[in-house]
Write a protein that binds this ligand. Sequence first.
Ligand code: ADP
Length: 618
Amino acid sequence: MQMLKTHNKAFKIMKRFHYLDHSIGPLIILLGIVRGVVPFIPIVFSKYILSSVIDKQYKEALYYSIAMSLLFCGGCIISEWIKKIVTDKNSELSRKIEDIIHQKPLGLDYESIEDGKVIGSYTSAISALKYKGSYQQLVSKYSELLQSIVSFLVAIGLTLQLCVSVSISEYKILNMVTNPVVCVALILVVILGMMGVTGKAVKWSQNKISELFEVKLDSERRFAYLCRMFRDEEMIKTIQAYEAGKSISNLLKDTSKHIKENYKNEGKYWICENVIKASSGGIIVVLAYSLVAVKVLAGAIGIGAFLKYSQAVIKMNESLLAVIVFNHEIGDIMRYMDKLTEFLDMENKFETGSIPVEKRSDHQYKICFEDVWFKYPGSDEYVLKGVSCEINSNQKSALVGPNGAGKSTFIKLLSRLYEPTKGRITLNGVDIKKYDYKEYLSLFSVVFQDFGLFSFSLGENISSSVELQKKKVKECLTKTGLEKYEDRLDEGLNEMSGLEAYVGRDSSSSEKYSGGEQQKIAIARALYKDGAFVILDEPTAALDPISEYEIYQNFDSLVGNKTCIYISHRMSSCRFCSDIIVLNDGNIVERGNHEQLIKDEKLYCDMWNAQAKYYTAS
Ligand code: ADP
């Protein structure tokens, strides 16, 4: 029952990826048949060759030998040729599947990505694919199964031919022993008995191996992470600064030892299984030769057929054993493949919506937060507590407040990385959930605090694409004060000759962009996207005071008539904004322009004075 379920799952996977290459299925069937039949060519011909030699018909024997060689070689060439095609197609297909896995997180809710579910499942899927769960292995195993079934059917036909051959010996005992019923019963009892023993041994060893599976996958994942740490520039910096190298190396050694022990244990089970398989095979060889010898002695078959029939019995046993072993191996492969399907079956919880967003050149969009409450998944505490506000279009707004007030969360909800737990956010009066997700996102140019630069060329980083409008890229560089790098646009971080890329590094000059420059590149990228809303989360945190001043001075030309929201801890930057929203503990506690808020002498005024004091003191 369990086995049927496993096969059912395996077929579902093959069906799932069948669309990627329709020719693999028929090729696998053809390969299985050819590989199942070809080994019988010498077995069948051996009878004719030996009989001709015994009868001193040497010329005939030579003809049979030539025919056998031609057929056998031809069969082998055809089978290898099909195998090569299948292998190439399979590798191509495996790459396509890997590509599907890599792309999957891009289409999933940010919520599940941030809470680690997706990344955990993604790394398990990749590890599984790497070790045993490849589509290639699955398909190859089914091809081997088909080969064993074909081989078994041909062998059973020849074995039956042996069994029914009538003995004509003068010794009654020989005739009795070689009687067809006795022969069939003998073969059945011995082969089924051996299969029972071997099947149990294989099941036992495979169960033991599967017990090691999760531990093994976990250790391999940990090992891969630790190795990655030594390749990550930022990590290396921290490791060196805190002298953590030794302890990480020890961790790596321990994990490596653990993996080695795991493989050693796995190896022990494999050895036990193989010893039992080899012993049962040996017993069958003895049975096959003895039975055929007695049949020859009883005159049921000629001596020329000795090799043919004994090999047929041996082949029958081998192919039956292969079917049994296959059943267990497929269970093992499917354990890995389950990780893959688990990941690929992950679904989005959020509504994606279908309403198109109205494109407006005047950028007049009205955003409203209507009694928005929000708590992060897995948390009981509300981070936003009934926030209601309207974001004025074509205006610059600042979100300020102490750490943890909920400013970044506000932006995450606005850019649909999360959905409100209660309440709603509307765009021109329609719940933002109802809009087509991609169209809605196209309205926003966001620079997050932890913006990520790609290991591509400067130009590609700004355009977020391999296709870029150079003139527009140059304009964005100029606006953000990076015009000196205009001539570096094409210099390729994308030509990394197989090495791991370093974020923000220009490969031709080997120069690294400073933190401030990287932040400017991220701002230039937002400008290039040209969304109706520009959202900057701590946009100038890494900039020096002069660059920061320049950015704010140029803010009007930077964002034009777009709606701009930015979060900053530097209160001085709020003066550039006509609308300041003050958040505290998940609530909007004040709103107005700088002068009004200072006059109110509340939280904003306190924060302003605290920072002003700090600046004058220093
Ligand atoms: P701010 O940007 O005002 O500093 P945030 O919006 O980043 O504040 O965070 C508000 C609160 O939400 C903080 O208490 C923070 O610890 C919590 N928080 C932020 N991100 C997460 C998260 N992914 N999971 C759980 N809590 C979070």
